[in-house]
Design a protein around this ligand. Structure first.
Ligand SMILES: CC(C)(COP(=O)(O)OP(=O)(O)OC[C@H]1O[C@@H](n2cnc3c(N)ncnc32)[C@H](O)[C@@H]1OP(=O)(O)O)[C@@H](O)C(=O)NCCC(=O)NCCS
Length: 161
């Protein structure tokens, strides 16, 4: 666990780097949906939290969660390659889960590519359940696995930092 990593809300000037990393780490091979403009709007929006993990002021990971009426949707999550497997992803999820609970929301949903074995192992480790397969969700040959977690029932993502 990297205690020198800070997690907080992303700033508007971080939108371009988050968008570029989303394109490379998450949206590769698909249409680019999380453009700098969309990220800027998400950062400004009341119903979305864009979380940034930073080391020495530099972005090392990010997560985007949208809050709906009774549940939240984890839209994006990535940790830069040199920073993976050091607990940053789990801390980002825990931070976003805490924000959801504070907003009175207990159910989180998300999708991951069916072929993304790392993400699937990661979310299962954090207490998310694979509830459904969505054929062709991302593209004709790119299926998704849908996950959900009820924060009122499930234990926290991992032990506190
Ligand atoms: C998925 C991702 C966000 C995980 O972030 P991370 O900071 O590396 O994950 P953590 O270090 O917090 O891992 C927490 C647990 O998840 C599991 N996990 C994480 N990476 C794993 C891997 N490569 N293989 C197997 N299990 C893994 C482990 O159980 C790990 O706990 P442990 O290290 O104590 O064994 C990161 O791999 C990533 O950015 N991938 C590219 C983008 C992506 O696929 N995003 C998700 C879909 S939108």
């Amino acid at each position: 666990m990297d205690s020198a990593i800070d997690i907080g809300l992303a700033r508007p000037d971080e939108a371009p780097v988050i968008a570029a990393q989303s394109r490379e780490l998450i949206e590769h091979g698909l249409d680019w949906r999380w453009t700098p403009g969309r990220l800027r709007r998400a950062i400004a929006s009341n119903d979305t939290n864009v979380a940034a993990a930073r080391f020495d002021g530099q972005l090392v990971g990010f997560g985007v969660m949208q809050y709906l009426d009774e549940e939240a949707h984890l839209c994006l999550l990535a940790v830069l390659p040199g920073w993976q497997r050091r607990g940053v992803g789990a801390r980002l999820v825990r931070w976003l889960e805490a924000a959801a609970l504070e907003a009175g929301i207990g159910v989180i949903r998300l999708e991951a590519r069916r072929r993304n074995a790392v993400a699937r192992a990661f979310y299962r480790r954090l207490g998310y359940e694979e509830i459904m397969l969505s054929t062709g969700y991302y593209a004709p040959h790119e299926d998704a696995v849908r996950f959900a977690k009820d924060l009122w029932l499930a234990p926290p993502a991992l032990p506190p930092a």
